[in-house]
Write a protein of this length. Structure first.
Length: 83
């Protein structure tokens, strides 16, 4: 149970950070958080393909941020904004 809460918290933090890094700030806190949670899984998968491993909490956050940035970049391709 606690691992799930930590996973969600890291995903929300990663989505927030990725939204700040990405041009345009992403899609808002809620959507960025959800995309951050998904990004944690995607980031872990992508980095495992590249044989890259990070340890500890900072490594998990870094991996989730990378994944969230990838997810935000893909989602922004389909988002019809005011641009």
């Amino acid at each position: 149970m606690i691992n799930t809460i930590i996973f969600i918290a890291i995903g929300c933090l990663a989505g927030f950070v990725a939204g700040k890094i990405m041009r345009g700030g992403g899609f808002g806190f809620i959507v960025n958080s959800v995309l951050g949670i998904i990004g944690g899984v995607v980031g872990g998968w992508l980095l495992s393909l590249l044989n890259i491993t990070w340890g500890g909490m900072l490594g998990q956050i870094g991996t989730a941020v990378i994944g969230a940035m990838v997810i935000l970049a893909i989602a922004s391709l389909f988002h019809k904004g005011k641009d």
